[in-house]
Write a protein that binds this ligand. Structure first.
Ligand code: AMP
Ligand code: ZN
Length: 460
């Protein structure tokens, strides 16, 4: 039995799929106007672990992840500039070029973190017709009104509004600034925004209401309807999406289709950096590529994220990432002597591992079971078999290390020798420089009483 915490009911529930043996899952994807940061990647890693856990339980999962390439304003409250236009101005490119470039960068990040690709990545701009059709249904059902700047959803018309966040129509959290404009209720939101007169938007479309572009929330309701049908099983995203984006998605699907969009709503907590919010101005907003440039393996970040349960805040520091890298190296080096072939898995530890994951994705507990496996007295074949099975969720590419002796290139061996010399001469600066060079080449070193140990930490 899989138990998952459902934000909608505010409790852990036994998961029952709508169609036996199958799971339809929608994960809110990136807004492709800039590189995804490691906080965003936590959200996608969480969805990946969820999907892999469902698959390990034998479900066939269809995962849809949208690519927001239009209509997400810099504020969730339908204010500010369109994020894509901000990027166009910054980079002197067309909105379509921006979207293409950052979508490719995003997919590269997914790949390097071993996040399984979704079955479909629908783009908002490819589904304008579907979004317009949904707004038409909402209009027909009496949920919309028009102002001078767009078509809005009237949240007071939907009795269930606020079910996810507990924030009813017209209410906004104390302190939240709402520019009402011509809106009727503080929680009302744009379904379609008109292009401002004289604005030179790359991305705008004709509609029966006027030339403009869709609001941010409508794409997820329209595309989940198209690719999964509603209701579907599970919807994922970060906790920042609960109050506005997901509440509004639910409202749109309920208003247009008369059903709940998804049965289970799951949200990951935030990744903080040095116990604070990540931001460009604080200089603590990192991308996966930046971690790699500092000599880390992207899978060390994956290991680090697995070390926190998705509903707990996770604090990123480079010390913690180094600890994750070292633990991963240790695991890889341990299993180099484990044979690849044959063997029967250890049922007890497999059950323990699965029970941890099936308890609302308790990944720290699952990792503890991996280390238990390392220490347990069992034939190495059995250990190897069990570990490979566990890696179907862990996604740490452990198969590449099982039974593989380390093959260190001559150049790395040479650098290690030079570093030993530098250390003898107490030239710490040179020694550090050499360590950095070795790290850049994908190897890490450990100074032990028997000399320098070399470990590979690149994905081979
Ligand atoms: P965005 O591209 O801004 O829509 O964000 C993509 C995903 O990352 C969303 O599900 C957000 O909720 C999530 N997210 C944003 N910042 C963080 C963070 N610091 N930690 C974890 N998830 C985040
Ligand atoms: Zn969404």
């Amino acid at each position: 039995m899989i138990r998952l915490y459902n934000t909608l009911t505010r409790q852990k529930e036994a998961f029952t799929p709508i169609h036996e043996g199958k799971v339809g899952m929608y994960s809110c994807g990136p807004t492709v106007y800039w590189f995804a940061h490691i906080g965003n990647m936590r959200s996608f890693l969480f969805a990946d672990v969820l999907r892999r856990t469902l698959e390990l339980n034998g479900y066939e999962v269809k995962q849809v992840m949208n690519i927001t390439d239009v209509g997400h304003l810099t504020s969730d409250e339908d204010e500010g500039e369109d994020k894509m236009i901000v990027a166009m101005k910054r980079e002197g490119k067309t909105a379509y070029e921006i979207a293409e470039f950052y979508t490719a960068a995003f997919k590269k990040d997914l790949d390097s973190l071993h996040i399984k690709p979704a079955n479909i990545y629908p783009k908002a701009t490819d589904h304008i017709t579907e979004q317009i059709e949904m707004i038409k249904s909402l209009e027909k059902n009496g949920f919309t009104y028009q102002t001078s700047d767009g078509v809005y959803f009237d949240t007071s018309k939907l009795a269930e509004y606020g079910r996810l966040s507990g924030q009813k129509s017209g209410e906004k959290k104390a302190g939240a600034r709402v520019d009402m404009g011509e809106k009727r209720n503080a929680t009302d939101f744009a379904l379609w925004k008109f292009s401002a007169t004289g604005s030179d938007r790359d991305m705008e479309w004709k509609s029966l209401w006027g030339v403009g572009f869709p609001g941010w929330h409508i794409e997820c309701s329209a595309m989940s309807l198209k690719y999964l049908d509603v209701p579907f099983d599970i919807h994922t995203g970060g906790i920042d999406h609960i109050a506005v984006h997901h509440e509004n998605e639910i409202a749109q699907t309920m208003g247009a289709e008369g059903v709940l969009e998804a049965n289970v709503w799951m949200h990951n907590e935030f990744l903080t950096v040095d116990n604070g919010k990540m931001s460009k101005s604080l200089g603590n907003l990192f991308t996966v590529d930046e971690l790699v440039a500092k000599g880390y393996d992207p899978l060390a970040y994956r290991y680090f994220v697995l070390g926190g349960q998705y509903r707990s805040k996770l604090n990123f520091t480079f010390e913690a990432l180094t600890a994750a890298q070292n633990a991963l190296n240790k695991l890889r080096n341990t299993i180099r002597s484990w044979p690849m072939s044959g063997g029967v898995g250890c049922a007890d530890l497999e059950n323990e591992f699965l029970s941890a994951l099936n308890d609302d994705l308790n990944t720290p507990q699952a990792l503890a079971v991996v280390w238990k496996l390392v220490d347990v007295d069992l034939p190495l074949e059995a250990k190897a078999k069990t570990l490979l099975w566990m890696d179907r969720v862990l996604g740490l590419n452990l198969e590449s290390y099982l039974g593989q002796s380390i093959d260190v290139p001559d150049r790395v061996k040479q650098l290690v020798k030079e570093r030993e010399e530098a250390r003898k001469q107490k030239n710490w600066k040179r020694s550090d420089e050499l360590r950095n060079q070795i790290t850049q080449m994908g190897y890490s070193i450990e100074d032990t009483s028997e000399g320098t140990k070399i470990q590979s930490h690149v994905v081979e």
